[in-house]
Design a protein around this ligand. Structure first.
Ligand SMILES: NC(=O)c1ccc[n+]([C@@H]2O[C@H](COP(=O)([O-])OP(=O)(O)OC[C@H]3O[C@@H](n4cnc5c(N)ncnc54)[C@H](O)[C@@H]3O)[C@@H](O)[C@H]2O)c1
Length: 341
């Protein structure tokens, strides 16, 4: 397959590209580099710097490179920023996204896999969360992801788009050569590892949740498992009926913040430097995926579901890059101890 990966210079896009190249697909990364990194794109893939919302650019790219399918990982994805600047999120994630859909129509490309999020569910009534749970996002980030899903659904009905929306829970871990590099970093595991490396201590937001140890429970999925699911979904778009299929991608297991800290302690060998804080507004107590549909529809099951594997892979990478550069690794701010999406 010839695959266009938007956001291919970001954390998830770049690691998925490694997997697509190993499966001998041809890959073009399209990335504006607004949060991504040029050097994250593997050597075997071409990087085009630009926006997925740039209709003429994308139409020409799809046509000139004979693209078969698009993996749409590019997005703005900071929950807090989406609350203070919703215009940016609607412009990029929705208007830009519809620009991508229209370029695909113009170029006659009908296969699409989309990076969606558990944030479309908001604060769910039941756990584990199934795909037919109500969609009530509580921030513009989740709302814009949902709006794009709806656009995909209607484009399927009217124009023959064959699309998968993959709703990720908390993505974690690294490949041997690429990991998470967000700035600001809002995710628990990289912030916890930064605390070990001399960054600010981790703040645990909320110790009085109605959970077994009082800290919030989340579902973590290894980024390498995610890459496998992307590959399976891209393949499935070749044979599906036009329309939208939605699958959660999570491990199906819930881990509390304290569970994650204990696993980190066993990987690193010492306790996580941390302090205890109060709850943040809008953080639900428990978010765990049902991943049955992904198993049925894509034949996908997570293979790397342990916290030790996720934390260990990320720790190996940051230690390796620190040793290579010969400097002490830059500490990232660890102000957010709960995953945001
Ligand atoms: N990391 C997670 O835990 C998580 C969870 C749920 C969903 N997601 C979704 O997965 C996707 C990838 O997330 P990530 O963690 O790799 O984020 P990331 O910020 O590392 O990657 C996003 C990439 O998109 C690029 N980009 C942004 N706007 C663009 C535009 N208009 N045109 C072209 N490129 C653009 C950025 O430069 C960046 O390289 C996002 O859509 C995000 O919403 C991530």
């Amino acid at each position: 397959m010839r695959i266009l990966v938007t956001g291919g210079a970001g954390y998830i896009g770049a690691i998925t590209i490694e997997r697509l190249l190993r499966a001998e697909h041809q890959v073009i990364a399209l990335d504006s580099l607004v949060t991504g990194h040029r050097e994250s794109v593997a050597d075997g893939a071409e990087l085009v710097v630009g926006s997925f919302g740039d209709g003429p650019l994308v139409t020409n790219l799809l046509r000139d490179r004979g693209i078969d399918a698009v993996l749409h990982c590019g997005a703005r994805s900071l929950v807090g920023e989406s609350v203070t600047d919703p215009a940016l999120y609607y412009r990029e994630n929705v208007i830009g996204g519809v620009g991508l859909l229209d370029a695909m129509r113009t170029a006659g490309v009908h296969r699409l896999v989309f990076s969606s999020t558990a944030a479309v569910y908001g604060v769910p009534n039941e756990t584990p969360i199934r795909e037919d749970a109500a969609n009530v996002p509580i921030n513009p980030y989740g709302a814009t992801k949902l709006a794009f899903e709806e656009a995909m659904r209607w484009y399927g009905a009217a124009y023959g788009l064959c699309a998968f929306s993959l709703r990720y829970f908390n993505v974690a871990g690294a490949s041997p050569s690429r990991g998470e590099r967000h700035d600001p970093e809002t995710h628990l595991i990289p912030n916890l590892l930064a605390a070990y490396r001399g960054g600010p201590p981790l703040t645990v937001f909320g110790t009085d949740y109605p959970t077994p140890d009082g800290t919030a429970v989340r579902d973590y999925i290894h980024v390498l498992d995610l890459a496998e699911a992307h590959l399976a979904a891209l393949q499935a778009t070749a044979t599906m009926e036009p329309g939208l299929e939605v699958c959660n991608l999570g491990s199906g297991s819930g881990f509390s913040v304290k569970d994650v800290m204990r696993a980190a302690e066993s990987v690193v060998g010492s306790p996580v430097p941390h302090s205890l804080g109060s709850r943040r507004a809008g953080d639900p107590p428990i978010l765990v995926a049902s991943n049955e549909r992904a198993a049925e529809r894509l034949g996908w099951r997570p293979a790397l579901g342990s916290l030790e594997e996720m934390i260990g892979s990320a720790w190996d990478l940051v230690r390796g890059s620190t040793a290579e550069s010969g400097t002490s690794a830059a500490a990232l701010p660890s102000e957010h101890a709960l995953p945001e999406h």
